[in-house]
Design a protein around this ligand. Sequence first.
Ligand SMILES: Cc1cc2nc3c(=O)[nH]c(=O)nc-3n(C[C@H](O)[C@H](O)[C@H](O)COP(=O)(O)O)c2cc1C
Length: 220
Amino acid sequence: MKFFAINGSPRKNCSTAKLLDNALEGVKSVFPDASAERIDLYDFPFNGCKSCFACKIKNGRHYGKCVQNDDLKPILEKVVQADGIILGSPIYFSDVTGNMRCFLERFMFPFVAYSKTETVEHKRMPLAYIYTMNAPKEISYQIGYHDLHDHFEMGLSMVFTKPDHLYVYDTYQFKDYSKYVSDAFDEAEKRKVRQTQFPKDLENAFEIGKKVAIRAEQHD
Ligand SMILES: Cc1cc2nc3c(=O)[nH]c(=O)nc-3n(C[C@H](O)[C@H](O)[C@H](O)COP(=O)(O)O)c2cc1C
């Protein structure tokens, strides 16, 4: 079986990446022989959907597929065959990162049928979404991130399956806060959250990976 973690953070060794790696460990705890690969979306150049509509041309060669021939193409060809996917992204200005957005446009749009009667054949694999953010939980609720992200997940649910999700709040953003203008934050408080809460977040990420694997097993 094949599972992918899609890392929407430009940082390859920070909170989002660590959580995704743990989610893949969770997958492996269910399927030790499964292939479990992390894809870092900032490793290669690509665009979002260009609105060419080649994926919707009647009897077209590229119907139901993204026609753009760039570094994302081989990735899309792999992930559409996945048995389960864990997406992860930091929140940038209340939304997922630009590269995650670009990836999702091209991952999802070819499968959206502009028809009242026809659907586009594709695999509807189980998904999970891990969101990381600087904001503490209470502020995230005040801003309304959860409503925004529920709305965002509606698209994923329509095209694939309803994702399980994990919110990771109050992340530790720098290795050394003293080097950055960051007095808006209480470093000691952030460090405490990192030491006490982040290990629990990692466990939750492991569990969410396990869940995706179990759903994939039931899916077959
Ligand atoms: C450009 C940019 C915009 C951000 N916008 C938000 C935001 O709107 N809300 C928030 O809570 N955190 C925001 N953050 C903080 C990140 O979401 C947070 O540090 C995240 O955990 C980073 O994940 P990483 O360490 O895996 O890269 C922003 C960070 C950057 C660089």
